[in-house]
Write a protein that binds this ligand. Structure first.
Ligand code: ADP
Ligand code: MG
Ligand code: ZN
Length: 493
């Protein structure tokens, strides 16, 4: 009990004294705030170009002007135009914000000063502001150039009136604002910043003359995903692969996730002693990234396996029997490291942007299909549906509170979403009585969907048995095989 605090204190002290020594050694005086002592290096030979950034055409277009400005600032100066001093890259994590900022420097062939917002904050008190000052001074000497502040929300968070705000951060922010104002915009220094929490930024940062240009980076659509896969596949040896299958199966994935999928596929090829990546590698790695690796040695008892098989076929069958749901692509009962004992993969061919109430309701019914099959066949229920329950409830809740899809609340908004780019946390905006009624409404929807699923399955009981037996034998079946059983049974019955 007593040793630990002492030890921690000792370690803290040792670290502090070390960095003081380091500072003294490098000639900086750590008590005077005049210089941060830390050298900021510019990368003057950035190789990244717009060709490395796939999709994101709107963002590229918006940044092309900045590239042109950096190429020939005089052209703009002559006419008296000054370009925006700063542009803010906004979007979910992994959409290529950092990448595209580097690409701007690569395209313009100018030095690139990159710092992450958190680097300013972790300094000693007062050092953050000094570092900002240094950064701008050095950039001024190297103009034309780019200053890039990644994750700017670390210093640019809204200054609130709460007592005892974060002094250090505010000083750094104030310094940044001052430097941006004091800057001659025609000299050819462009400031780029990136964040995935734009709504938390201080309003002063966003006013004209500062980061007044906002460049939106979105999660890629079907074509975008294909293009990103292509860019990353070009870096690995591969056979001719069918990108559209992979792109369809990865709806909602970010560029970073797609890059990871390609890399996992290459690793799999190496593991299996092959020289080239195949379509099968890519498909398997999609599943590895989404659901974890296959768990080869996980032993399920015979009975458990049967339950899982019926559960998965339950999902698939309910999906197949409804008109407005995505086709089944693959069903498997090989356990995954994520804890999934099996899963049913549905893949939409196109990209659905608008979802109707029917779409959503059918999706909930599909989610309840697994449990429904267990009830119907075994007369008992298992813990296997926990993830389905979570998702179904989330969807039903969103239908009521955000999409105005319940009769009861018509088009009344009952919930706001904060932090949309980081998964989002929801906050109810209604009274607690309404909150209780929302729960009832959600329950009603889920129950109705569950009943629908049960109805579908009991109407096609023979089909359920046959498909489950087939899955049990094969462990993994394709959507095509599943549909074949379905058609065969239909024509017999
Ligand atoms: P962010 O800064 O938005 O979180 P990054 O720029 O760090 O995302 O992206 C991480 C990685 O994901 C990049 O290094 C790149 O390999 C890949 N990536 C993301 N978006 C794209 C894209 N549009 N084209 C090609 N690769 C991308
Ligand atoms: Mg980034
Ligand atoms: Zn399930």
């Amino acid at each position: 009990m007593w040793v630990l605090p002492g030890l921690i204190f000792y370690m803290l002290w040792r670290q502090a004294s070390r960095s003081i020594q380091a500072r003294m050694g490098s000639g900086g005086n750590f008590l005077s705030f005049g210089s941060s002592g830390a050298k900021i290096y510019a990368d003057s030979d950035v190789k990244t170009t717009f060709a490395d950034v796939a999709g994101q055409d709107e963002a590229k277009e918006a940044l092309t002007e900045i590239v042109d400005f950096l190429h020939s600032p005089s052209k703009y100066a002559e006419i008296g135009a000054s370009l925006p001093k700063g542009a803010l890259l906004v979007g979910p994590p992994g959409t290529g914000k950092t990448l595209i900022a580097r690409a701007v420097a690569g395209e313009a062939k100018v030095p690139f000063f990159a710092m992450s917002g958190s680097e300013f904050v972790q300094m000693f008190v007062g050092m953050g502001a000094a570092k900002v000052r240094d950064l701008f001074k050095q950039a001024g000497e190297k103009a034309p150039c780019i200053i890039f502040i990644d994750e700017i929300d670390a210093i640019g968070k809204r200054r609130d009136t709460a007592i005892g705000g974060n002094d250090e951060r505010e000083q750094t922010l104030n310094q940044l604002l001052t430097e941006m104002d004091g800057f001659d915009g025609r000299k050819g220094v462009v400031i780029l910043a990136a964040t995935n929490r734009p709504e938390s930024l201080d309003k002063a940062l966003l006013r004209p003359g500062r980061f007044d240009r906002r460049i939106q980076m979105e999660l890629p659509d079907l074509e975008g995903r294909k293009a990103i896969l292509k860019v990353h596949l070009a870096r690995v040896k591969h056979e001719s692969v069918d990108l559209s299958i992979v792109a369809q199966a990865t709806a909602g994935s970010s560029g970073a996730e797609l890059a990871n999928i390609v890399n996992e596929a290459a690793l799999r090829a190496v593991r299996q002693g092959r020289r080239k990546v195949t379509t099968a590698d890519l498909e398997e790695s999609v599943e590895t990234v989404m659901a974890g690796a296959q768990k080869k040695n996980k032993v399920l008892s015979g009975e458990e396996k049967r339950i899982v098989a019926y559960h998965e076929i339950g999902h698939a069958l309910v999906a197949a029997m409804q008109t407005a749901s995505a086709p089944v692509h693959k069903i498997t009962i090989i356990p995954r490291t994520s804890g999934a004992l099996g899963y049913t993969m549905q893949v939409d061919e196109g990209e659905q942007v608008l979802l109707s109430r029917e779409n959503l309701f059918n999706r909930i019914a599909t989610l309840t299909g697994g449990r429904s099959a267990e009830e119907l066949v075994f007369g008992s229920i298992t813990t296997g549906a926990s993830n389905d329950i979570e998702q179904a409830t989330k969807l039903a809740r969103a239908m009521v509170t955000r999409f105005g899809m319940s009769e009861k609340y018509d088009m009344m908004g009952l919930e706001t979403v904060n932090n949309a780019y980081l998964g989002g946390d929801n906050a109810l905006t209604c009274s607690s009585e309404t909150a209780a009624e929302i729960d009832n409404e959600v329950l009603r929807i889920v129950r109705e969907a569950h009943e629908k699923a049960r109805g579908i399955l009991s109407a096609h009981r023979a089909l359920l048995d046959e498909a489950a037996a087939f899955l049990l034998e094969r462990e993994t079946i394709t959507g095509e095989e599943f549909m074949r059983i379905l058609r065969k049974c239909e024509s017999v019955g």
